[in-house]
Every structure is written in structure tokens, then in C-alpha cells.
Design a protein around this ligand. Structure first.
Ligand code: MG
Length: 354
């Protein structure tokens, strides 16, 4: 489809433009137009020395002996723009948050775009600008990238893959294997906003008060916990499958049990109402700016106080504890004191939410 890449460049983009309003597939895209897209769209939004070097890859200066975290995520959210965010912002936060969950300071991202023929250039520009803003705010540089075009009808507008590298600046092993019996389980804020914002937008549903995605970078809160000397055992962002799935996965991997207190888990009135209307359980709805932290019980109150500083909408608190058995099982104590085992979802509750 697209011809050989004319200029080796950190941002390889063999996409000619027509009339500057539509992206069109061309066979053997010309160097001048490639250059134009880099200069007009990607360059201004992502500018940094690595990208500006226009080389085949980014060369990174890593602190000697540093441990690195490396992760990747593809983003296919539909629609591309939604209350509280868009696919570009999501693509940055999705990857920097996975790095933060490893206890790593996010530093560098790659961005791979799959564009559908006919996508208005304005849409790409808006998404790329949003990515640039989110990256700057998160303290990461988008240092390398790629663009491919697929035929009309085969791409649904725009997909974005981001990979990221973060630097671990402490000696903790933040992972499910570090979770211990007696650990407190903390939640960073109210749940269910992202999934319900997407669903409302997609289905044209109007709720009494509009629901905005919680899409946000989580590193500042994680960094504050680490700086305060909290002995963080494990972190997990509550994306696909929501809070329930995250805690079940960690309990299974750690070979421990967990009990959650439904009363302690904050759900906004609008999210609760929308979930009831649609027959969804907020414990399984995706978030893009919330996480759970497993910390020693003795440090839990101090850690909660820190998380509350980063939760302007409230809802940060202690929601449960880790027990020895039954291994892999997560029990929810309901608001009326009834206990039930939380199961994994058999299918995806909401497709195309990230
Ligand atoms: Mg994650």
C-alpha cells in the first residue's frame, strides 16, 4: 500500500495530503508530503530533542544501573472523543499509568498510528495535539513513532499504539508477588466514570448530570506515596474489568485472599444511576484514572491521607484487606453485611472502551 519510506526519520509517515483536509492513501508516498505531515502535525505537538534529531530510532540516556519498566498498549476506543478525554489523551495515560503501576517514573513513549483513508486531517491534528499536551503534563517525551494508512472502511478512523519506558528510582519490588497477608487495600478515588462516560456518549444517553471520564495520569500520586516512604507492595490501575477484576487478578497471582467492603467504595450518584439503568455493576466498569494500592496495614492511614490529596472528586480510602485464604478468592461484604464471592467476568462488559 504505502511505498517505501522516503526519509529515514524518527517519525516515519508516508502519507501524502490532499487539499490539507483529508488523509488519502497513495502508492509510494512522496517525501515532500511526508515531511509536511511531520512538520505540520507531529513535530509541533511532540517537539523534543530525540524526535527533532530525525533519526531511525530514539537514543535514550539511561541512568547507570537503573531498572527500567517497559509496557505497551493499543487504543481502539469508540468514539474518538468523549466527555473528559479523547483517544490521544487516553493513549498517553494508558501507557504512563501502566509504568506508574510498576513504580516507575514514566520517561519515554513511542506512538504508532493506524489511520483510515479519508480521516479528516483536523481530527488527526486534534488527537495529536491532545497527546502532546497529555505527554508534557505527565513529564514524558514521545520520542519515536510510525504511521500507517489502511483503506477506507477498514480502520474505523484512527487507532493508536503507545509503548513506554519508565525508570525505577527505588529498591521496592512493586508486584503481586510482594503482597502480604494483612496488607491494607487502598482505592485512589470513586469508580466507574470512564466506562459510563464512553457508553453514554456512544449510545447517545443523557443522564441527569453528565458523566466525565476520570482519564488522568497516576504517577504523581504514586510518586507521593514513594517519596513519603510508604512500603508499597503492589499497584494496579482499574482499567478493563474495573476494580473487581484488578483485585481478583492480584489475589490469584499472589495466592492470597482479599475482602472488600462495599460501603468503602465510592461511586458517584450519576455513575450509580447510569449503571442501574443499564444493568451494569460499577465494580466491573473501566476507569482510566483510578488504582488500588496494597500497603502494610500500619502505613495505611498515612497512605490514604496522601491519596486524598490527589483525589479532587473524593473517594480515596481504605476498601479492604488481604487474608491468607481461601487462595485467589475475593469476598465482597455488601452494604447490608451480606458476603459474596466476586467472580471474573465471563466476557467483556463493555467493548472498545480503551
Ligand atoms: Mg494496567
Amino acid at each position: 500500500m504505502a511505498g517505501p519510506i522516503p526519509n529515514p526519520a524518527n517519525f516515519q509517515c508516508p502519507v501524502p495530503l490532499t487539499g490539507h483536509t483529508e488523509i488519502q492513501i497513495a502508492h509510494g508516498g512522496g517525501g515532500r508530503l511526508t515531511q509536511e505531515l511531520i512538520e505540520r502535525v507531529f513535530g509541533p505537538a511532540f517537539a523534543n530533542p530525540s524526535l527533532d534529531a530525525r533519526h531511525d530510532g530514539a537514543v535514550l540516556d539511561v541512568p547507570p544501573g537503573a531498572r527500567l519498566a517497559f509496557t505497551t498498549d493499543s487504543h481502539v476506543v469508540s468514539p474518538l472523543f468523549f466527555p473528559g478525554g479523547d483517544i490521544g489523551r487516553l493513549a498517553v495515560h494508558g501507557t504512563v499509568n501502566d509504568l506508574a503501576m510498576c513504580g516507575a517514573r514514566p520517561r519515554w513513549l513511542s506512538a504508532g498510528f493506524i489511520l483510515e483513508e479519508g480521516l479528516p486531517l483536523e481530527v488527526l491534528e486534534r488527537v495529536v495535539r491532545s497527546m502532546g499536551e497529555a505527554a508534557r503534563a505527565a513529564g514524558v517525551s514521545i520520542v519515536t513513532g510510525d504511521t500507517k494508512v489502511v483503506e477506507r472502511g477498514k480502520g474505523d478512523g484512527l487507532y493508536v499504539n503507545t509503548s513506554g519506558i519508565g525508570v525505577i528510582e527505588h529498591a521496592l519490588i512493586i508486584a503481586p508477588a510482594s503482597v502480604r497477608e494483612g496488607d491494607a487495600i487502598l482505592l485512589s478515588g470513586d469508580i466507574g466514570r470512564h466506562g459510563m462516560a464512553i457508553l453514554a456518549q456512544r449510545e447517545g444517553l443523557a443522564f441527569e448530570s453528565s458523566i466525565e471520564s476520570d482519564c488522568a495520569a497516576l504517577w504523581p500520586a504514586v510518586e507521593a506515596l514513594l517519596t513519603a516512604g510508604i512500603d508499597v507492595h503492589c499497584l494496579r490501575d482499574l482499567t478493563r474489568g474495573g476494580l473487581a477484576t484488578a483485585v481478583i487478578e492480584i489475589a490469584e497471582t499472589a495466592g492470597l485472599a482479599a475482602t472488600l467492603d462495599e460501603n468503602a467504595v465510592a461511586v458517584s450518584e450519576s455513575v450509580r444511576g447510569a449503571c442501574e439503568l443499564l444493568g451494569l455493576d460499577p465494580f466491573y466498569v473501566a476507569n482510566e484514572g483510578r488504582f488500588v494500592a496494597f500497603v502494610p496495614d500500619a502505613q495505611a492511614d498515612r497512605a490514604v491521607a496522601i491519596l486524598q490529596r490527589f483525589a479532587p472528586e473524593g473517594g480515596a480510602g481504605r476498601i479492604g484487606k488481604v487474608q491468607e485464604s481461601p487462595r485467589g478468592e475475593v469476598t465482597l461484604r455488601s452494604t447490608v453485611g451480606v458476603e459474596r464471592i466476586l467472580d471474573r467476568l465471563s466476557g467483556e462488559q463493555l467493548p472498545r472502551i480503551c
